[in-house]
Design a protein around this ligand. Sequence first.
Ligand code: SF4
Length: 231
Amino acid sequence: MIIKGLQKTTLIDFPEKVACTVFTEGCNFRCGFCQNPALVSVSDAPELPEKDFFYFLDSKKKWLEGVCITGGEPTLHKDLPEFCKKIKEKGFLVKLDSNGTNPEMLKELIEKKLVDFIAMDIKTSLEKYSEICEVKVDLNKIKESIELIKNSGLNYEFRTTIIPEFFSGEDAKKIGEWLKGSKAFFLQQFRNEVPLLDPEFKNKEPYAKEKLMELKKILEPFFDEVGIRNL
Ligand code: SF4
């Protein structure tokens, strides 16, 4: 596993758990609003050796309940299942953040009980998906991942960073109908004051709070829970 960052404690990333967050290298999407630009491409930035990470984890057994694995896109790493297994064997819960492009690996992780929580990004409605990700997206893989996650029996959430031109009221309705019957959906407010993968996105204005509340209302009939983050 190529680890490019470690947040030693988080009370936010893993719902209701005290956790740490591991950042893996590389992503197969190029979302302009990405807040982890340094992780998207392979770089010569220093790596945290896996053995050092596990040393850290062993030293925090009393304090931490779980590990969030995020990126980049963690499922690009063939050894992710093995990495999760080692974490689970040490008695920690595992939360995985994914863009849903690798349903084969998600299936393996679910079947082998190597993850406890999955958070999948839903970038926008199906028609605009490739445009926002700035790569040609295989939508069948995205749909397959959604079905796997919904039927996994695990805790999970779907979430979207709201870029106004890619998330109108019409998009919200389409996403609601597409994901209908899922547990949880979170709208994440777009922040343009942090480093972003595409500097042009710094000129894009986020929606006002009232508009996000309006979108939340549109989505509510389709999910058990709908929330807004980063307001
Ligand atoms: S936002 Fe996520 S999926 Fe998009 S480029 Fe960044 S790490 Fe990849």
